[in-house]
Design a protein around this ligand. Structure first.
Ligand code: ADP
Ligand code: 5GP
Length: 207
């Protein structure tokens, strides 16, 4: 039986280190994973490329994607639209790769509703002070945006319990290893093995 890829959602406060962790995960195990590239209406940061970090699109183009049912989910985050294109995710899962969605909590909930066997991981830094220091240290947002993101983090913290696992991103190397192990363990969960269970039941009936 061909192994199908699973869906793993990585959420977490802005500045927690999600992007850094995922980049490292892909460097170490690139053949096993596919990272979904989202569409967004926010402006690119210095160094970000269209089609690599995001598909940077206008509000009109984004709304057209919604109208054409081209997104698995979409959400508004601190004044901008973000959404997951459907076709790439489906192709990669069929090809047996585990697909990483780096998305916020509203999107995570929608994905879980559509695909109940999705693994939900939440990344947090060891403390709120460390979060603020990482967000400021990254130097990519204005003070006003940083404040909005920290306010949003306090709201998001209310939903941490909805996730399957909490990953503390203190030491990067440890956290990448833990992330990889948790995703690979998901392949053995009953919910990811329903086809296999059905087949063995049928085979046993026919003995
Ligand atoms: P996110 O994608 O969650 O918004 P980033 O990956 O952009 O966060 O990380 C935010 C900042 O924190 C970056 O400057 C990054 O280099 C730094 N960072 C990430 N992980 C760690 C870590 N384990 N220890 C110290 N700094 C980190
Ligand atoms: P950033 O602007 O820092 O790149 O991302 C802001 C937030 O949007 C992060 O929490 C990130 O996980 C989330 N995000 C990125 N892409 C998507 C997406 O396709 N859907 C949803 N729902 N959230 C996304």
């Amino acid at each position: 039986m061909k192994k199908k890829g699973i869906l793993a959602v990585i959420s977490g406060f802005s500045g927690a280190g999600k992007g850094t962790l995922i980049k490292e995960l892909l460097q170490r195990h690139g053949e096993q994973y596919a990272l979904s590239v989202s569409a967004t209406t926010r402006s690119p940061r210095a160094g970000e490329e269209h089609g690599r970090e995001y598909f940077f699109v206008s509000k009109e183009a984004f709304e057209q994607m919604i109208g054409e049912d081209a997104l698995i989910e979409h959400a508004c985050y601190v004044g901008n639209y973000y959404g997951t294109p459907k076709s790439y995710v489906e192709e990669q899962m069929e090809a047996g790769r585990d697909v990483i969605l780096e998305i916020e909590i509203q999107g995570a909930r929608k994905v879980k509703e559509k695909f109940p066997d999705t693994l939900l991981l939440f990344v947090t830094p060891p403390s709120a002070a460390e979060l603020e220091s990482r967000l400021r240290g990254r130097g990519t947002e204005t003070d006003e945006v940083i404040r909005s993101r920290l306010k949003r983090a306090a709201e998001e913290a209310e939903f941490m319990e909805d996730y399957d696992y909490i990953l503390v991103n203190d030491d990067l190397d440890t956290c990448v290893r833990e992330m990889h192990e948790l995703i690979q363990t998901q392949h053995f969960r009953t919910c990811s093995s329903l086809e296999r269970i059905a087949r063995i039941k049928e085979e046993l009936r026919c003995l």
